[in-house]
Design a protein around this ligand. Structure first.
Ligand code: HEM
Ligand code: HEM
Length: 173
């Protein structure tokens, strides 16, 4: 659904940039922790912080998806072809789905109880180690896929901007 409006509304913009910060941080710090390997106090702290942050972020991202589904997207004013618009739409929907899959697999891969900012304790949702290992595998590969799509997403915005198309402005004030 598209309208004659040319920019996303304030709520969509706030939720997009908040999500971008949380997802970029969780993705790149998560990949970094795995790449560095080993165990130390600061890595444990980052890991605990990431689990808390992403868990708190789940309802916020759900609001984002509901808002996106319920509101009309701003029109491209002829800046993109019909095929490009369709392609962008599929990439965005896939990004939403992958983030949801990361939430589900992240929660289901936890083998022991964990704390959310030391305020709430969440027990393990899966008892069987093999099943939680499967979700850990899903989490890992889905995070790689999302990283690839985020890079594509940011590059697409840069390429359009350089071609004189005001795509970034749609998400800015
Ligand atoms: C925005 C959502 C999330 C993103 C983008 C994300 C991203 C990542 C990435 C990139 C990794 C490293 C993958 C690898 O190479 O093995 C990772 C690992 C991990 N994630 Fe997530 N994740 C998200 C949500 C969650 C949630 C909701 C939980 C659990 C409540 C969780 C728990 C973990 C754990 C325990 C690890 C293992 C490494 C560590 O201890 O930090 N993640 N995540
Ligand atoms: C610095 C990084 C980022 C920039 C510059 C950026 C920029 C943009 C821009 C300009 C749009 C509007 C595009 C259009 O209307 O065709 C957009 C939409 C979108 N972005 Fe990003 N983005 C960034 C990070 C992210 C991240 C990390 C995610 C992760 C999921 C993301 C997910 C989305 C989605 C799903 C939409 C579509 C919104 C909708 O129609 O519901 N973006 N982004």
């Amino acid at each position: 659904m598209e309208t004659s409006v040319t920019k996303f509304d304030t709520l969509a913009k706030v939720l997009h940039w908040l999500s971008a910060i949380v997802i970029l941080w969780a993705t790149f710090s998560g990949l970094f922790l795995v790449a560095v390997g080993g165990k130390s106090e600061w890595k444990l702290l980052i890991s605990e912080f990431n689990v808390s942050l992403t868990t708190v972020f789940i309802p916020i991202f759900c609001v984002r998806i509901i808002h996106a589904a319920r509101t009309a997207r701003p029109c491209y004013q002829g800046e993109l072809s019909a095929a490009q618009i369709l392609c962008v739409r599929y990439v965005h929907i896939t990004m939403y789905l992958l983030v949801m899959l990361l939430f589900i697999s992240g929660l289901l891969m936890m083998r022991s109880e964990f704390q959310v900012f030391r305020l709430i304790t969440i027990p393990p949702l899966i008892e069987q180690t093999q099943v939680s290992q499967f979700f850990s595998w899903v989490h890992q590969y889905v995070s790689y896929l999302l990283t690839a799509l985020i890079i594509l997403h940011v590059f697409a915005v840069i390429i359009h901007q350089r071609a004189g198309k005001k795509i970034l402005q749609r998400m800015l004030w």
